[in-house]
Design a protein around this ligand. Sequence first.
Ligand code: NDP
Ligand code: HSE
Length: 434
Amino acid sequence: MTSPVRLALLGCGTVGSDVVRLLHEQSEDLAARIGAPLEIAGIAVRRIGRDRGDLPVDPALFTTDALGLIKRDDVDVVVEVVGGIEPARGWLVEALRAGKSVVTANKALLAEDGATLHDAAAEGGADLYYEASVAGAIPLLRPLRDSLHGDRITRVTGIVNGTTNFILSAMDATGAGFTEALEEATELGYAEADPTADVEGFDAAAKAAILASLAFHTRVTAADVHREGITEVTAADVASAKAMGCTIKLLCIAARGADAAGRETVNVRVHPAMIPLTHPLASVGDAFNAVFVEADAAGQLMFYGRGAGGAPTASAVLGDVVAVARNRLAGVHAASESAYADLPVRPMGEALTRYHISLDVADRPGVLAGVAGVFARHEVSIATVRQGPAGGDAELVIVTHVAPDAALAATVGELRGLDIVRSVTSVLRVEGGA
Ligand code: NDP
Ligand code: HSE
């Protein structure tokens, strides 16, 4: 057996402590699979005196000097599970430029400035692996980055945030409102004390940017992703979806397609949407993640599993560690970033979407014609209309055909100002052929 591959572990929180445990518990198997043992050279943390329970590691390995640890000559590979933009970016650039391969779970950094990391990896001739950054334990980035490189991916549709999936699943199951379901998610430990990144869609948008970059060979950042969270989803929306044989999910959607001028573009967005109960993503409940990939030759592929948690995320981190350690021993590196397609990002207003709109209207002659006229003025074609009683008035439920999102939003805006419309009670995008 050759000399050990030595790791600098940056961060020892939820994910990092499970990385330490797995490295300890599986050390013999990992060594056999790699052809050399893995050793922890040091662990950088913020609070050196923090109680870390019965973590199977020498306390002398802990340091608060992450940069000093990275620069040590006896460090071969850097594993970053701290999170955030700085100081993580500076650390990883330093490591990569020095030829030390990096494994990271840092979705925020990859989505904000993945280019800097990829450039540093190319400069230093090092590997940059980040399977854990999207959908936790689910092997997803490697299939996109390797297995599907012979194909042309056209669309990626995913549930990539467990917290919001738990909340929406609870709303669907019990009829609870958003606030009540969020409280339950917090009590059960699914939602963090500050749930903003999850419920406002920032976490999913970062993951969407990473997925789109890999799927379309194009640098997509979080700033390119249209983002809407789930805080405005009401119990009435969930009931409307149910009445249509649908459920509501927070979807990340990355799609390629021609714009009005025939130019190939990508559109990347995160928003709640109704999907039919027959869609494979509809049955993804609790805090699970799933990603549905469509490619020209492969057809439809579905990836499903746990998207968060210490052990599931550490599983993905360790898989990457094995890959970069093997590469190191073989004296090779994985193919560098593939961003050759450089497709322009199409703004949300030009994305083709479908809306489900519920209106409370006066129940008298000419009302339906007045409402239909608004759709016609914005060149939005109506697919179905259903009318039911609503007190002394009527409820109109309209589902459109696909149209530019800007035209649909303008239609809703004009409907809100119409005298014959008492209120617009629910507006949801529809995905997946409902
Ligand atoms: P935690 O907050 O649990 O742990 C963060 C760790 O980083 C802690 O050990 C902390 O030290 C250390 N740290 C923070 N700031 C510094 C600093 N300036 N210098 C040195 N160490 C520092 O985070 P998680 O483990 O939950 O997440 C880590 C990464 O994994 C993030 O990028 C996250 O997005 C990603 N991820 C997390 C998932 C999850 O389920 N938790 C799922 C998928 C990805 P100390 O222990 O002293 O406080
Ligand atoms: N907060 C994320 C979620 C987990 O709820 O899915 C880390 O990606």
